[in-house]
Write a new protein. Sequence first.
Length: 263
Amino acid sequence: MELLSLFKRNDKKFGIALGGGAVWAIAHIGVLEILEENGIKIDGIAGTSAGSIVAALYAFGYKPYQIKDMALNLKLGDVFHWKISKMGLSQTDRIEKFIVDAIGERKIGEADMPLFITATNLMKAEQFVFLEDASVHMAVAASCAIPGVFVPFKFNDTVLVDGSLVADVNCKVLKEHGFDVVVGVELSNYGKGKSPNNMFEVLLESLQSMIEIRNKELGSFAELIIKPYIGDIGRFEIEKAPLLLQNGRGAMASNIFKLKDIL
């Protein structure tokens, strides 16, 4: 008997929210692998910042092993375009190209499951969740626009930056859309990582402290929070992809029976 047939769940809608963290988001793939191996069907997915990349690929039919292959072959130059301006160090055009190359120029509403991508409305300091008629590549680029690193993304008359500032692990949006069981995957090394060595790292650590505070509130909307071990892995250490994948698998595997009990 195949493993997929061993687990049966009730008719509860199950959603998963993937947080940001640049390269750390590779850990999400390991989480998705364990869910698939245990026959747990995801009914909807939310993604913020780098988590929105994984969420978008999964929502448009990519299997975890396919996303893993992409991650293991990824180079920072595939998503970063170092073009310094007064608004940031990099453009978001390569993030958009990465998504378009993977799924085409698609709308959020065309996904195989409900997909929620969150950015931050910079002028109002509030979350901006893209609607079904928004282009996926634009939504992902806006969600990933780390202040001070990427140039802010202009969407219609709104200036958007990284969604992690207001809704990193956006469990709340899933609850608001009727999901019965929500799992959040939070990526953080707060208090465990290396001390910052330059102005760039000071900026990122400062942002992380704000994200930690907000995640405590958002976590109240989840039945379960998964926290893959990050340790001292840097946000841009792409060479640590295999370790991040393994840590994502381990974090989900250690909570799989708890999730099955909830479902």
